[in-house]
Design a protein around this ligand. Structure first.
Ligand code: ES4
Ligand code: ZN
Length: 326
């Protein structure tokens, strides 16, 4: 369809992407084989069958299991390179991606294998594919504060490579306040901060992310619509929300894309962006996310173009770098 080629042609950003969530079954089998690891599925079809989730936790259990075959620096390079070549085909010009070091360091994979594998691929992507990037280190919120502090210490020698810290994994019961002191140290060390908030958790968690963690963006943030004062705050400050439509659908945060509150958010003048979260698990990269909401909500070209531009506005590119796309 013509709308699909319009979406394809738009220069896009990706601001909410877990690199471990881009791990496609084909590559998972290849890497498991060369690392002599058995995976519990017989083939790619069986893996895809298993990707059916009723909530965030059901997904996370499978996502951590998948990531457990990643061992060497080359594995992390290959994972990241596969992602970059994929989004290059979709005209993505700039990415700001998460990695979850604790998922790997807890299995005794050295922090530097993870970081260097990912970072070297990002640098090659910049040179060979023209995709600019920023890297965000995300803490697993189901783990304790001490583990997050230890992870932050490991990142300190690599401030040239990591621009921000984030917060992901099981949201309900693990509020931003649990990591206030870790984020305070990260801020003092010069990192930007972001946090997943208001995906499954309540709007109070979004307030905490803003007030206690001093985040410059909210990842997801859907639940802000429950609180008019919060919406006003987000609009006044133009704090971006990194929305992930297919993720919300697959994790049953919403039951149908037709009920997605995106038009309401745009009417409120919230700075909303479209992202893929964990594309290998949720059935689509950037174009599929844009196409899904376009069909379900009957979006116009003007609206789609605005969403794509919002991605550049919400990014950490310099004002000068942004100008090319605004
Ligand atoms: C995640 Cl969708 C989502 N939510 C929270 N944490 C995550 N880690 C990877 N994907
Ligand atoms: Zn996420």
């Amino acid at each position: 369809p013509e709308m699909l080629s319009f979406i394809q042609g738009l220069p896009k950003t990706e601001l909410h992407l877990h690199i471990e969530g881009s791990f496609e079954p084909e590559l998972m089998f290849k890497i498991a084989k060369r690392n002599n690891i058995e995976i519990k599925y017989a083939n790619v079809d069986e893996i895809k069958q298993a990707y059916s989730f009723n909530n965030l936790q059901e997904f996370l259990d499978i996502y951590y299991a998948g990531a457990s075959v990643l061992l060497t620096e080359q594995d992390f390079y290959d994972l990241t390179w596969a992602y970059l070549t994929k989004v290059h085909e979709q005209n993505v010009k700039h990415v700001e991606i998460f990695f979850d070091p604790q998922t790997h360091t807890d299995r005794n994979v050295p922090f530097e294998f993870v970081l260097n594998g990912i970072y070297n691929a990002l640098e090659d992507g910049q040179k060979q594919l023209g995709i600019s990037f920023r890297l965000i280190m995300s803490f697993l919120r189901h783990l304790d504060e001490a583990s997050a502090f230890k992870t932050l210490e490991q990142a300190l020698p690599h401030k040239d490579k990591i621009v921000a810290v984030g917060l992901d994994s099981s949201e309900v019961g693990n509020p931003p306040s649990k990591f206030q002191r870790v984020f305070e140290k990260a801020l003092n060390e010069g990192f930007l901060t972001v946090a997943h908030a208001g995906e499954e958790g309540p709007s109070e968690y979004i307030w905490e992310a803003l007030d206690l963690l001093k985040v410059t963006r909210i990842d997801h943030g859907n639940r802000c619509l429950d609180d008019a004062d919060l919406v006003k705050r987000l609009v006044d400050q133009q704090t971006p929300l990194t929305l992930c439509p297919l993720s919300n659908l697959e994790l049953k945060v919403i039951q149908d894309l037709k009920e997605y509150a995106l038009p309401t958010m745009m009417e409120h003048n919230l700075l909303v962006t479209i992202n893929s979260d964990d594309p290998a698990y949720f059935g689509g990269y950037m174009n599929e996310n844009f196409w899904g909401i376009t069909k379900a909500l009957n979006l116009s070209k003007v609206q789609i173009a605005e969403l794509a531009k919002n991605g550049f506005k919400a990014s950490w590119l310099s004002e000068q770098e942004k100008q090319e796309f605004l």
